[in-house]
Design a protein around this ligand. Structure first.
Ligand SMILES: Nc1ncnc2c1ncn2[C@@H]1O[C@H](COP(=O)(O)OP(=O)(O)O)[C@@H](O)[C@H]1O
Ligand SMILES: [Mg+2]
Length: 226
C-alpha cells in the first residue's frame, strides 16, 4: 500500500544509461516505499542495479523517469543546484573504498562535512561521534595509519556527524574481513536503533543482510522484497 507520508516513495522509477548505441536499463519501473527507521539491505548480483538505485535515492544521479517523493516532496526533477542542499540536509554516504582524504587526520576528515555545511566545528559533537564510533584514541592518526575497519568507521563518523536522517551505504563491508564487517554492522544497528537513522545498505553478505529489518532483492534493474 502506498503511503504518501513515507520518508521515501519511488513510483515506476527507471534509469537508462547509454553506452554507444546500446541502452542499459539499470532500473526498470521500480516501486519502493521506505519508512523512517527502516534498515534495508539491497542484495543482488553485480550489475543488478543496487548502486544505481542508491545513487538515485541519494541524489548522486538522476532517474530517467518516474516519481521520487522525499518526505512528500517530488525531487525527481530537482536541478543539481538544489540537490546540493538536499544532500546535505538528508543524507550521509558511505562507500566500499572509504574515500577518506589521506592528508587529513581522522578528526579532520570527520570535521569536513560541518565545514562544508557552514556549521561551526562543534567540538563536542565531533568528540561524541568519535567516542561512539570507537575511534577517539585514533583521532590524530592519518588514514594510512589505520586498519580497513578503522578507515570505514572514520568514513561512517564523517557521514553521520551532521545528523542526516538517512545513511546510504554502498557495499560498505566489501573491502573488509568478516570481523570488521560484523563491527560495521553493529555500528549501523546502534545508529539505527539509538539515533533512528534510516539505513539503506547494498551488500553481498546474506549473514549481514539478515540483521537488517528489510531485505530487498534486485535483478536486472527490478526488485522484490523477501
Ligand atoms: N555510468 C554508467 N554508464 C553506463 N552503464 C552503467 C553506468 N553505471 C552503471 N551502469 C550499468 O547499469 C547496470 C547496473 O549497475 P549498478 O547499479 O552499478 O549495479 P550493482 O551496483 O548492483 O553492481 C549495469 O549493467 C552497469 O553496467
Ligand atoms: Mg554497485
Amino acid at each position: 500500500m502506498k503511503n504518501p507520508n513515507s520518508l521515501i516513495l519511488l513510483t515506476k522509477i527507471s534509469k537508462n544509461y547509454h553506452r554507444g548505441n546500446e541502452t542499459v536499463h539499470a532500473l526498470q519501473e521500480v516501486d519502493l516505499s521506505i519508512e523512517r527507521g527502516d534498515f534495508i539491505a539491497f542484495m543482488g548480483a553485480s550489475g543488478s542495479g543496487k548502486s544505481t538505485l542508491l545513487n538515485v535515492i541519494g541524489g548522486l544521479d538522476q532517474c530517467s523517469s518516474g516519481s521520487y517523493l522525499l518526505n512528500g516532496v517530488e525531487v525527481s526533477k530537482v536541478p543539481e543546484k538544489k540537490w546540493i542542499y538536499l544532500r546535505r540536509q538528508w543524507f550521509g554516504y558511505v562507500f566500499q573504498s572509504f574515500h577518506l582524504i589521506p592528508t587529513l587526520t581522522v578528526k579532520e576528515n570527520i570535521e569536513l562535512p560541518l565545514l562544508f555545511a557552514g556549521k561551526q566545528k562543534l567540538q563536542d559533537k565531533i568528540h561524541n561521534t568519535l567516542v561512539e564510533i570507537g575511534l577517539d584514541h585514533r583521532m590524530n592518526h592519518l588514514p594510512s595509519q589505520l586498519s580497513g575497519g578503522e578507515m570505514q568507521r572514520t568514513a561512517i563518523a564523517r557521514a553521520v556527524v551532521h545528523n542526516p536522517p538517512i545513511l546510504i551505504a554502498d557495499e560498505p563491508t566489501g573491502n573488509l574481513d568478516s570481523e570488521n564487517a560484523t563491527m560495521i554492522f553493529r555500528l549501523f544497528q546502534t545508529l539505527n536503533q539509538k539515533h533512528n537513522i534510516t539505513i539503506l545498505c547494498a551488500t553481498h553478505d546474506p549473514a549481514l543482510a539478515k540483521q537488517c529489518s528489510r531485505i530487498v532483492l534486485m535483478k536486472d534493474g527490478t526488485m522484490w522484497e523477501e
